[in-house]
Ligand binder design. Structure first.
Ligand code: HEC
Length: 134
């Protein structure tokens, strides 16, 4: 019965790996270089903050929370944490990376390509999210 022992061991290992992936961190979200280096064309002035804030409150706050800590009213229903817009992991990313993730989405994070079709509006949201860490 050597084989079935080997099989069980393999199965157990697989189960552990799956568990580790779902409980521990997620796979890193890789942003294509082209997007990482995108220039933010919108100055983060008061007007941009106002537009960004109202879009954020409408589309993002329910999951990401008022202050971007990942504690919105829907947060508990999500399979994956939505991140913390004030921590180093997040703030060290380029504006282009934040832009990319907002437009494309992944799993529980919706794609905003259609819901916020104007790219300038996405940049306003990026500017606003950035200000949450200050
Ligand atoms: C339905 C819940 C939900 C909504 C609404 C939502 N997000 Fe997310 N968001 C998530 C989740 C969950 C993740 C983590 C996704 C992952 O890592 O796979 C995430 C991740 C992100 C990230 C990447 C965070 C990181 O640490 O790199 C950015 C940027 C982001 N969201 C921006 C936004 C913006 C901007 C909006 C509104 C326009 C928004 N999100 C609306 C759930 C949501």
């Amino acid at each position: 019965m050597k084989n079935s022992f080997g099989f069980s061991l393999l199965f157990l290992l697989g189960a552990c790996l799956l568990l580790a992936f779902s409980v521990l961190d997620q796979e890193p979200w890789v942003v294509p270089e082209k997007y990482q280096n995108l220039d933010n064309p919108i100055t983060a002035d008061d007007e941009s903050m106002d537009i960004g804030k109202s879009l954020y409150n409408k589309h993002c706050k329910s999951c990401h929370g008022k202050e971007g800590l990942g504690d919105g009213s829907k947060a508990e229903q999500l399979d994956t944490p939505s991140g913390d817009f004030t921590d180093d992991y997040f703030t060290l990313q380029t504006d282009g990376s934040i832009y990319y993730k907002t437009v494309k989405g992944r799993d529980d994070m919706p794609s905003f390509e259609k819901k916020i079709p104007d790219s300038e509006d996405i940049w306003h949201v990026v500017n606003y999210i950035r200000s949450l860490a200050e």
